[in-house]
Design a protein around this ligand. Sequence first.
Ligand code: C5P
Length: 221
Amino acid sequence: LDKINIAIDGPAGAGKSTVARKVAKELTYVYVDTGAMYRAVTWFMLGHDISSDETDRVIHAMRELHIELIPGEECQQVIVNGEDVTDYIRANHISKNVSSYAKIGPLRTKLVEMQRNIASSKGVVMDGRDIGTHVLPQAELKIFLTASVEERAIRRYQEIKDNQQVTLEQLMHDIAERDRQDEQREISPLVCAEDAIRLDTTSMNIEEVVNQIISYCRTIT
Ligand code: C5P
């Protein structure tokens, strides 16, 4: 069977990474979480006190930054200049800042180049915001995952409610704000590709979404 590339895009918290990981496992494909790359850059810049307004400094610092992605069963490990940052990049302050760095053109160019390299031998499930529209416009299967803001905030809340530092309302606000920034940026904004299949997961569980995608995949391979 010939391997294909699968692009999964959509707004924050639509379940892209969970779904993409499970689809990859099912097909024995490689799962690539591109959001983790933007998060890794954000972690690095914040740690070096480089704000997203200082575009020149950001671009300069990108030269000193080496990101490695190590695919794993449960999650993809992210290594920045030799340091495993997998756990740090999920922190709330990273989520809040990542969209303002992700606007910077040359930063995106560098990450997109890495993403295309990884996908060049096919057999990847890549999730992000611009995979179907920009990174892999030739991907054989493109999915655009959505769900209502309320539903996405509830899912996120259930994941993190044990540390109770944030309210459901706050989460809804943060998610909506991140969507707004990602949809309105000039370069590769979050938008559904013309040839993508739109899947509203508001009333679907993960297994249903995964099975649906696998069945689309079977029709073309
Ligand atoms: O997918 P995740 O929520 O981890 O993505 C974090 C942020 O990284 C997004 O809100 C967006 O600003 C940026 N991103 C992007 N392009 C991608 C993936 C993520 O701009 N392909």
